[in-house]
Design a protein around this ligand. Structure first.
Ligand code: PMP
Length: 283
């Protein structure tokens, strides 16, 4: 039985409640962050908080939540649930108000909830063996830069991929790969690393930013630009990044094996470098 956080209180997970009039439930009018926990410590917490504020600003939320308050309930959740490795999910909704497409003009109290989830992060099977992805058309809206809980298409895409024996879906928009269902995409060609440029069509990952720095530290040339399915299928290596996947190799895209179907040396080195830097700055 986990302890979870809801609106200032810690409750047993089966006792936590939110209103049926919450705009997060009725309109997906809410945003979230997932911060990974390794050795009981939070990875990249401050950057996740900056993006939380950005998401709220983009959706014109009128109330913000103090970062110290958020850090405090994160630390308590880790302690109460004795979380060593996994993640903390935090969601902030616009709040509770009578149902209307017109967003409330008054300041209303946001709903804030958070919970822990255990997950193998450092020694996952995906990191060891790599994952297989299939491409699907990107049918999401055009504000994927905001981390909203409007995740239905991403969830449908992931489910279609796993039903067909793949691990995830890479999404294609006008011939270019945008991102995975819940991660950013990368390919390696020779000494050049490519990841899609960030704009309104993808979420600018916190891990992506950190990994860009790690790749530079390892002396690689980085190009942040669109790439096609053909570019990806002819790459030497491919990988994804996200808070809980860290750097995870991709060994198959549709019917094409990448790097002979095994994780490559560059991805392994980059993952190790990212883990090293992430642990140095964990709080
Ligand atoms: N893109 C999408 C669509 C995502 O859902 C995520 C994970 N939340 C990412 C990219 C990676 O972001 P981060 O590195 O901040 O976890």
């Amino acid at each position: 039985m986990r302890k979870v956080y809801v609106n200032g209180d810690f409750k047993n997970e089966d006792e936590a409640k939110v209103s049926i009039f919450d705009r997060g439930l009725l309109f997906s009018d809410s945003i979230y962050e997932v911060t990974s926990v390794i050795d009981g410590k939070l990875i990249d917490f401050n950057h996740h908080m900056k993006r939380l504020d950005r998401s709220m600003t983009e959706l014109k939320f009128k109330s913000f939540i103090n970062h110290d308050e958020i850090l405090e309930f994160h630390r308590k959740l880790i302690e109460f649930n004795n979380l060593k490795e996994g993640m903390i999910y935090t969601q902030v909704t616009r709040g509770v108000v009578d149902r209307s497409f017109d967003m409330p003009k008054d300041v209303i109290k946001p709903t804030v909830l958070a919970f822990t989830q255990e997950k193998k992060i450092l020694e996952s099977d995906a990191a060891k063996n790599g994952i297989k992805v299939m491409t699907l058309e990107d049918m999401r809206w055009k504000r994927n830069d905001i981390k909203t809980t409007q995740l239905l298409y991403a969830s449908m895409a992931k489910s279609e991929a796993t039903a067909k024996g793949f691990d995830d879906a890479w999404m294609l928009r006008q011939g270019y790969i945008t991102e995975g269902s819940s991660n950013n995409v990368w390919i390696v060609k020779g000494k050049i690393i490519m990841t899609r440029h960030s704009d309104n069509l993808i979420l600018s990952g916190i891990t992506r930013e950190a990994v860009l720095k790690c790749a530079k530290d390892l002396g690689y040339e980085i190009v942040t630009k669109n790439f096609t399915l053909q570019d990806a299928q002819s790459a030497n290596e491919a990988f994804i990044t996200s808070a809980t996947a860290l750097v995870t190799p991709v060994v198959k895209i549709n019917t094409s094996k990448i790097g002979g179907g095994k994780p490559g040396n560059f991805v392994k080195a980059l993952r190790a470098e990212y883990i090293k830097q992430a642990l140095e700055t964990a709080i």
